[in-house]
Write a protein that binds this ligand. Structure first.
Ligand code: NAP
Length: 298
């Protein structure tokens, strides 16, 4: 198959392009040609005519992983950038796909579409489209409203997969690197009490799940998270004990003052989800538990 990857230069894009290129032809799309060229033989930029390139390369699937890092301070300007970097590329791709209804669009999304809750109840995000708010969750936050708008962009394309990703853990980057930055000085920082639900998934599983989605042409919403729902506290404690680090807790009240809405949505509240569809499809997780991820990481 010929597969186009938008956002090929990112954490997930880099790994999935390497893996897919063993069996498929991978075409990369990004903002800077030179950067994209490092990840594939056929590189495109957003200035190319996407319609012409889809025809020229006979593309069967598009993986859209575009989006500015949400880990930057949420000022009005950065929230605008975070939103536009997802909504605008997805709108552009979806509008071109009106002419190519059979192309499989695999679009990144996040578990934030379900909203957030402070303390886990027995409710969790179910794979429905559009996303429904589980009982007791708050769906008025930035991640939820933006995530739903993002998913809405491709709702008219019949062959869309909405990959509702949990935070992706990999030894070399993403959230894991951020959480462990201060381990070099023997410390880990926990923001808030960390009791809210904190689903996660390993990058290796994300790569295998995307391959499964392509092979089995799975469309519709799909929760991409491990079967185990952790809390931020249990994640920090597991890493800290493996790395022999002390943990320092920044009290919730201080997190609220320091990072406001961002801290509230990313650290003080969370979203519980389960990978129901993946388990029904018979997917076997490489890292079903966080302990297994950590033990295979060192
Ligand atoms: N990693 C996670 O923990 C996680 C969790 C939930 C959801 N997701 C979602 O999954 C997707 C991929 O995640 P990732 O971790 O691989 O992200 P990443 O490493 O930050 O890479 C994101 C990609 O987006 C592209 N991009 C950034 N700003 C853009 C803009 N304004 N216009 C067009 N493209 C832009 C970049 O491509 P160029 O610079 O080459 O153009 C980059 O390759 C993102 O949409 C993210 O929100 C990730």
């Amino acid at each position: 198959m010929n597969i186009l990857i938008a956002g090929i230069t990112g954490l997930i894009g880099e790994k999935i392009s390497k893996s897919l290129s063993k069996k498929h032809t991978v075409i990369g799309l990004g903002r800077q040609l030179e950067k994209v060229k490092k990840h594939c033989d056929i590189a495109l930029t957003w200035n190319d005519s996407l319609e012409d390139k889809i025809k020229e390369h006979n593309i069967s699937a598009i993986i859209n992983l575009c989006g500015e890092d949400i880990g930057q301070l949420w000022l009005n300007q950065s929230k605008h950038k975070i939103r536009n970097s997802r909504v605008l590329p997805t709108t552009k791709i979806a509008s071109i796909l009106k002419k190519f209804p059979n192309i499989h669009l695999i679009n990144a999304s996040g578990i934030g579409v379900y909203g957030f809750i402070q303390n886990a109840n027995d409710q969790y995000g179910i794979e429905e489209f559009p996303a429904q708010t589980p009982k007791g969750y708050n769906d008025t936050g930035f991640l939820c409203t933006m995530g739903r708008e993002w998913e809405d962009c491709s709702k008219n394309h019949p062959n869309t997969t909405y990959m509702r990703l949990a935070p992706v853990f990999d030894y070399n980057g993403g959230i894991y690197r951020r959480l462990t930055m201060s381990c070099a000085v023997g410390l880990m920082t926990q923001f808030g009490e960390g009791n809210s639900p904190f689903p996660w998934v390993s990058l290796l599983d994300v790569v295998n799940i995307i391959e499964l989605i392509i092979d089995k042409k799975i469309t519709g919403p799909i929760n991409v998270c491990s079967p185990e729902i952790m809390t931020l506290h249990s994640i920090i404690q597991t890493i800290a004990s493996r790395k022999n680090c002390y943990t320092v807790t920044v009290p919730s009240a201080v997190v609220k003052v320091l990072v406001g809405q961002m801290g509230n949505e990313l650290f003080l509240n969370g979203t519980a989800t389960k990978p129901d569809r993946l388990l029904k499809k018979g997917y076997n997780f490489n890292h079903p538990t966080f302990k297994e991820f950590i033990n295979n990481t060192f």
